[in-house]
Design a protein around this ligand. Structure first.
Ligand code: G
Ligand code: MN
Length: 569
């Protein structure tokens, strides 16, 4: 029995008495002659009736308010059931935090982090958070205590000893009385999302590193012609101070006029999905460079263009290389190399005379190039193409060795020059060795191979190997232009030489210049020490020949005996 019921009961008794007394007084006033007993009886009857009517009225009201209470209670029960159902089956972890202590958490905490809910409830939640993430969580909690809702991403320790990424949304918990009581939160595991985001970030970083370090000039501009991204190579190509300096400016403010015009023209094509690759010439500092320019549009999800990417690659060197290849092919054709006919290469020869007998004992084969157009005949020093740039000397030397073999077969003693390019080309040497080996030692014994001092000693091992190879084949080896290089005598010893050819620079002036004479004498003494025969080159006068005879030089070559002439077969 509650208090309200007692109060209501007392109220009703007092009310009934009051009503009866009022009726009694009322009857006495209306009917002054009424008998007292009759008046009390009537008053009691009337009061009873009022009491009955009001009691029935009030009990009806009480009943309906009772129904309301029951209805609300039932509704609460349903709602609570719903809530339990949700809480028990939620994928997200939901909970209630008071201060740092977890006062309730949904059972879904167990599949998410590994311990059953009971082991979470009543514990300090912050102890389970990765130390590096605590600041973020506290900041979020502070925001919630300020009445707002907050979202935070952090790592939670799991029963298996590692951490999982979680994302929580929290808001103040308002109780039935409207008071704030801690924080309610909903948490979901976002490991996969975090992993994907990290990968995306790493991918983005790699992409940016590629752009920054690319040797191509890369620029991205938006649809209002403003640069949103450029790299260092771009700044270098267009003489801009820095990347930051360019970003935000328009193409018109950065690019030279001619480049700008081409860009504007090309963009129309890019937007129309055209494949845009073109060659540009760009003034870069004092140089005009060749650039290959590629452009494409970046497009949004619906396919509309959002930006234009331009990549410019400096292909000047590549272009030069291609030009060299083309020119080499032209020269190769000029000397007749491709079909082996070599009709433009001429073979000249110059006699080499024994000083004692004045007899021609052998001849040096000298190559000449006849220019088909003009008929001009050039010595090797004027073959700029094949000799210097285009590495065609092996082709020429092979041809000359072929001629030497042919002449040697017919009994002539010949001397043939082999260039440095050929000696350092293993394939060319293999071919020459094969050629010289074929006719046998009788023929190769009539052939002398000339290599210059600088060629032979450029790579001593290669020179040594080559000279040994030639000697094994039965050829003799002469060191050409002797005295012009910087080889030491011991270097020379390793070269398996037979003959030293004293350079014409010393011979021609030896009667006038005592230095030249001394040089000739020195070179001769070297030859004597090593037991090598000698040939003096560039002998143009009788007087020089006499001088050489006195010094004891073995053979001589020069205009005195004849200029180089086409070989007579
Ligand atoms: O380095 P080598 O000996 O291979 O050089 C021979 C070159 O010297 C030939 O091209 C030839 O034309 C040139 N030559 C040959 N004899 C003489 C000469 O007596 N005087 C001059 N000035 N040049 C000569
Ligand atoms: Mn020579």
């Amino acid at each position: 029995m509650d208090r309200w019921f007692l109060i209501r009961l007392v109220g009703m008794v007092v009310g009934l008495c009051l009503v009866v007394v009022l009726w009694r007084l009322g009857l006495a006033v209306v009917f002054p002659g009424i008998h007292a007993n009759t008046a009390w009886t009537l008053a009691t009857l009337a009061g009873g009736t009022v009491a009955a009517v009001s009691a029935s009225y009030f009990s009806e009201r009480a009943r309906s308010s009772m129904i309301d209470v029951l209805r609300i209670k039932r509704q609460h029960a349903v709602e609570e059931g719903h809530f339990r159902l949700l809480a028990d089956n939620a994928v997200d972890v939901i909970g209630h935090l008071r201060g740092k202590v977890l006062i309730w958490v949904s059972p879904s905490v167990e599949p998410a982090f590994g311990w059953p809910a009971e082991q979470w409830i009543g514990t300090d939640f912050t102890l389970r958070i990765h130390p590096d993430d605590l600041d973020g969580v506290f900041a979020a909690l502070a925001e919630v205590s300020g009445g707002k809702s907050a979202r935070v991403r952090y790592r939670i320790a799991t029963a298996s000893g590692d951490y999982r990424w979680a994302e929580s949304v929290g808001k103040p918990y308002i109780d039935a009385q409207g008071k704030t009581d801690g924080v309610t939160f909903s948490t979901r595991v976002v490991d996969e999302q975090v992993e994907a985001e990290l990968q995306l970030k790493a991918g983005k970083e790699r992409f940016e590193a590629l752009i920054v370090n690319s040797p191509s000039a890369i620029s991205v501009r938006d649809l209002s012609h403003r640069f949103t991204l450029v790299n260092k190579a771009f700044c270098e190509m267009f003489s801009q101070k820095s990347v930051d300096d360019v970003i935000g400016r328009t193409e018109g403010e950065v690019l030279p006029l001619d480049v700008l015009e081409r860009s504007q023209h090309a963009v129309a094509g890019v937007l129309a999905w055209k494949n845009c690759v073109e060659e540009e010439s760009i003034q870069r500092g004092p140089d005009l460079i060749s650039v290959m320019t590629q452009r494409f549009a970046l497009r949004g999800p619906a396919g509309g263009p959002t930006a234009i990417v331009t990549m410019r690659t400096d292909v000047t060197d590549r272009k030069k290389a291609l030009e060299i290849i083309a020119e080499r092919a032209l020269w190769a054709e000029l000397i007749g190399a491709p079909n082996g006919s070599a009709e433009r290469l001429l073979v000249y020869s110059q006699p080499i005379v024994d000083i004692a007998t004045r007899q021609t004992v052998e001849e040096e084969l000298l190559v000449r190039l006849r220019l088909v157009d003009t008929g001009e005949i050039l010595p090797p020093s004027q073959f700029p193409g094949p000799c210097d740039n285009y590495k065609l000397m092996p082709v020429i030397d092979r041809y000359m060795v072929g001629c030497a073999i042919e002449l040697a077969r017919s009994g002539r003693r010949v001397s043939v020059n082999i260039s440095g390019q050929t000696i350092s080309n293993a394939a060319a040497i293999d071919e020459i060795v094969e050629m010289l080996a074929a006719p046998g030692p009788e023929v190769s014994g009539r052939i002398m191979v000339e290599i210059t001092e600088s060629t032979a000693l450029a790579s001593p091992a290669v020179g040594e190997g080559f000279s040994k190879c030639m000697r094994d084949l039965g050829c003799r080896i002469a060191l050409d232009d002797f005295g012009t290089g910087y080889g030491t005598f011991s270097d020379l010893r390793r070269l398996h030489l037979d003959t030293l050819k004293i350079d014409q620079g010393f011979v021609r002036g030896m009667l006038k210049d005592p230095d030249d004479e001394r040089a000739v004498k020195t070179l001769l003494s070297v030859a004597k020490i090593y037991g090598l025969s000698t040939i003096a080159e560039g002998v143009e006068s009788e007087a020089v020949l006499e001088g050489l005879a006195e010094l004891g030089v073995d053979r001589a070559q020069g205009y005195l005996f004849g200029t180089p002439k086409p070989i007579m077969k």
